[in-house]
Design a protein around this ligand. Structure first.
Ligand code: NAD
Length: 497
């Protein structure tokens, strides 16, 4: 028996009437667990129309009331933390602890949305000219839309709709069709938190639903997270239709290891950051750059990676789970094969790994290449699997040059005991999120998630102050109130007098 996935349109949870079906499978054995009837065009249009109508009252709802919905929501998310993580782990294959982390990083954004009143505060200056004051307000845009990837089905939707809605917008979410059950539960809890009807809409499907959102005149802003090709398409199509777009795309994150770093910390951090979540994280470390003598740690890194055992979501000893789909596994295996073909040395090869009793699942064991060069496909392409590429470098300068030559700029880290080296790295590196002795530097929600270069298209980033700017317009008011000093004659200049 598979679950029928529900859309959330105009305040109703409904399986919809679409005849195009998508089967959601358990990545550990590829057996079906749920079925989606893709939203029809009429259903997507209905969701947009309902969100537009809800905007008229939601934007007038006092900010403190909007904040109270977020307060109840973050509380409910915490109450249901384990339940959400279980749903998430079953449909993604993530280990339970990692699934809890996925939910938690989303809860943190919902918590931050509770302080929306102070985040929305404008600016004021009195007496900009004689008896003239200027002040600004931030006002919501209207209907915003979110298109999210499979790899963080709780965190990434929660990056988007709580803040957008707290700002006074209404929101249409189109989550990944590969793991729709977690976003559905997020929507149910949002309703339970007291969100007004129509404020959040959830439509399931694929490109056809996305295309309506990208081109519909009532959608004012698009938030996207996903792969590079689709991110570019979303950015170009959305902006072509005169919308605001923030599109977060793929990555190839480097970690630079200086010989003065703490070896124990480096090795433990590299293991978790490279193969954790089966490498399906946009901030995973996929390239380790060993500077000078640090390369002597490579054999020990291999030994530690070899000890990581993939397993089922509820196996407390498992290091990570399966890849999301057979297609993802096939892609990763073909890249591993390409790495060998192109002359990289495969020190640890997880291509043949299977889990006993779950042979039909999308398993790939930890894999590690050395002697990787920038011309190789495994260096250039985002593998999105449990594969670490090791590169050697003679100096910090050379390592910086290598990282800066990458077309991506999502995240990077440096491991060192030297403040001077860390300072040089943070200043010169052309990457938007830098960790110093921190492998995966995903900022907390009072900052923003600031990927650069080919990892991001747009200007205002996810969550934090930048997201509040993204989801609002600024209205600037210049006011003069006369007493008995009404000027005689017109002011023929642009100057305020
Ligand atoms: P994806 O691009 O395949 O899908 C993302 C979303 O776009 C899904 O909702 C999907 O239905 C939709 N989509 C897919 N193809 C489409 C098309 N042709 N036209 C319109 N919409 C389409 O991405 P994915 O495989 O789900 O996620 C993995 C990717 O996301 C990786 O590349 C990863 O680096 C990236 N990612 C980036 C960040 C970041 O913050 N930069 C965070 C998480 C994931």
């Amino acid at each position: 028996m598979t679950t029928q996935i529900k859309h959330y349109i105009d305040g109703e949870f409904t399986t919809g009437s679409g005849d195009r079906l998508i089967t959601v499978t358990n990545p550990a054995n590829n057996l079906p667990i749920a079925e989606i009837k893709c939203a029809t065009d009429e259903e997507v249009l209905g969701a947009i129309a309902s969100a537009k109508s809800a905007f008229q009252t939601w934007k007038e709802t006092p900010v403190s009331e909007r904040a109270r919905v977020m307060l109840r929501y973050q509380h409910l998310l915490k109450e249901h933390h384990d339940e959400l993580a279980t749903i998430l782990a079953k449909e993604t294959g993530k280990t339970f602890e990692d699934a809890k982390g996925d939910v938690w990083r989303g809860i943190e954004v919902a918590e931050h949305a509770c302080s929306i009143a102070s985040l929305l505060m404008g600016e004021t200056v009195e007496n900009v000219a004689r008896k003239i004051d200027t002040y600004s307000y931030t006002q919501p845009l209207g209907v915003c839309a979110g298109i999210t990837p499979f790899n963080f089905p709780a965190m990434i939707p929660l990056w988007m709709f709580p803040l957008a809605i707290a700002c006074g917008n209404t929101f249409v979410l189109k989550p990944s069709e590969q793991d729709p059950m977690t976003p559905l539960r997020l929507a149910e809890l949002f309703e339970q938190a007291g969100a007004a009807k129509g404020v959040l809409q959830l439509v399931h499907g694929d490109k056809s639903a996305v295309d309506i959102l990208l081109t519909h005149e009532d959608i004012k802003a698009i938030s996207f997270v996903g792969s590079v090709g689709v991110g570019q398409y979303v950015y170009k199509t959305g902006t072509d239709h005169l919308k605001r777009v923030q599109a977060f795309a793929g990555a190839k994150n480097h970690s630079v290891i200086m010989p003065d770093a703490n070896k124990e910390q480096v090795l433990n951090n590299l293991v978790g950051a490279s193969v954790g979540a089966a490498g399906q994280r946009c901030m995973a470390i996929s390239v380790a750059v060993f500077v000078g003598e640090a390369k002597e740690w490579i054999p020990e890194l291999k030994e530690r990676l070899a000890k990581v055992r993939p397993g089922l979501w509820d196996d407390a000893e498992a290091g990570y789970g399966p890849l999301i789909s057979p297609q993802a596994k096939e892609r990763v295996l073909s890249l591993i094969a390409k790495g060998k073909e192109e002359g990289a040395e495969c020190l640890l090869d997880g291509s043949e790994f299977t889990l006993e009793g779950y042979e039909s699942g999308n398993w790939v064991g930890p894999t590690m290449f050395t002697k990787v060069t920038p011309e190789m496909t495994i260096y250039k392409e985002e593998i999105f699997g449990p594969v670490l590429c090791c590169v050697e470098s003679d100096s910090l300068e050379d390592a910086i040059e290598l990282v800066n030559a990458s077309p991506y700029g999502n995240g990077t880290s440096i491991f060192t005991a030297s403040g001077a080296a860390a300072r040089k790295y943070q200043h010169e590196i052309e990457v938007g999120q830098v960790g110093i002795n921190v492998p995966i530097p995903v900022p907390l929600p009072f900052f923003s998630f600031t990927g650069w270069k080919g990892s991001f298209y747009g200007d205002q980033h996810a969550y934090g102050k930048q997201a509040v700017r993204f989801f609002t317009e600024t209205k600037t008011i210049t006011a003069r109130w006369f007493e008995d000093d009404i000027p005689s004659g017109p002011n023929m200049t642009i100057a305020l007098k």
